[in-house]
Design a protein around this ligand. Structure first.
Ligand code: NAP
Length: 279
């Protein structure tokens, strides 16, 4: 599904380039030496290259907060940068929220800026967080409407749980959000037509949590006892009951990067259409 979506974006970029005279450009900043984050950054560069988005990567083993703020301000001012992404997590000495709020909300391709969160809250157009948006695209792709459905989201993070719950609500689902202090998690999950799990605990959700015929979207990325990548859902067992289930790897995660590309194109188009920056 991700490759198919990327092909659509690639074709759109070709025609946009004809119209606006240049390709969209994504700037990615990473601070630290976390190996998983380095892999994610390289993967973003590869996808950019594949579909025709220019990428600029800024890698720092460490950087002072003020220097990072200055870099973001410079990228905000740069007419040829459409999207700015900060790879998370940032080192502890840097205030993450301050950094995220420094990004011009029109270039906030991760959708974490308070302005974009407000747009999501109000159901207005705006740049949406990538992982939740990827799940909506996934449901659209299988022709599944959320209207009137019971959606249970396990996890209430700012980047996945809360925004995906809002998106489901905006699509007229009845939404329940669970977290570490939820009582009777199993009983709540059992009533879900759509179960979205974003916790970070390998195989937390077993078959007994899942209603026959449910749609199960597994966001978790964990290592099992053999060191293999796995989700928060026991895929082998749950797939026997679910009408639709996403694997890990290759499910929700694969679409997250594609949604980042989509947001970069959206940011580029907004700029072109409103001329808030003249190329
Ligand atoms: P997070 O910020 O650590 O939040 C985890 C959430 O799970 C919290 O709300 C926590 O509750 C809840 N939780 C913890 N233990 C629980 C339990 N036993 N029962 C019910 N809820 C429980 O995590 P995140 O950033 O949302 O990420 C979640 C997972 O998704 C991670 O594995 C991450 O790597 C993965 N992820 C994948 C993608 C992708 O593209 N596929 C993107 C982002 C994240 P409290 O709020 O009460 O602490």
């Amino acid at each position: 599904m991700a490759l198919q979506q990327q092909q659509i974006l690639k074709e759109e970029i070709i025609s946009l380039k004809d119209r606006y005279g240049r390709s969209p450009c994504l700037a990615v900043i990473m601070v630290g030496t976390d190996q998983a984050s380095q892999v994610y950054v390289r993967n973003k560069e590869r996808v950019c290259q594949r579909i025709g988005i220019q990428s600029k990567t800024y890698l720092y083993d460490d950087i002072e907060e003020e220097a990072l703020i200055l870099l973001i301000q410079a990228l905000n001012e740069d007419d040829h940068v459409d999207g700015i992404l900060i790879e998370m997590p940032l080192p502890k000495h840097i205030k993450t929220q301050r950094v995220l709020e420094t990004i011009d909300s029109r270039k906030d391709v991760d959708g974490f800026h308070p302005d974009n969160i407000a747009h999501l809250f109000l159901g207005e157009p705006g740049l949406r967080p990538c992982t939740p948006e990827g799940m909506m695209v996934m449901l659209d792709n299988i022709g599944y409407s959320l209207e009137g459905k019971e959606v249970v989201v396990v996890g209430r993070s700012h980047i996945v749980g809360k925004p995906v719950a809002l998106m489901a609500l905006n699509r007229h689902a009845t939404v329940t959000i669970c977290h570490s202090r939820t009582k009777n998690l199993k009983e709540v999950c059992q009533r879900a037509d759509v179960l979205i799990v974003a916790v970070g605990k390998a195989k937390l959700i077993t078959a007994s949590y899942v209603k026959e015929g449910a749609v199960v979207l597994d966001v978790g990325i964990n290592r099992d006892e053999e060191g293999k990548l796995c989700g928060d859902v026991d895929f082998e067992e749950v797939q026997k009951k679910a009408a639709y289930i996403t694997p890990v790897p290759g499910g929700v995660g694969a679409l997250t990067v594609t949604m980042l590309m989509k947001n970069t194109i959206e940011a580029y188009k907004m700029k072109g259409e409103t001329s808030w920056i003249i190329d």
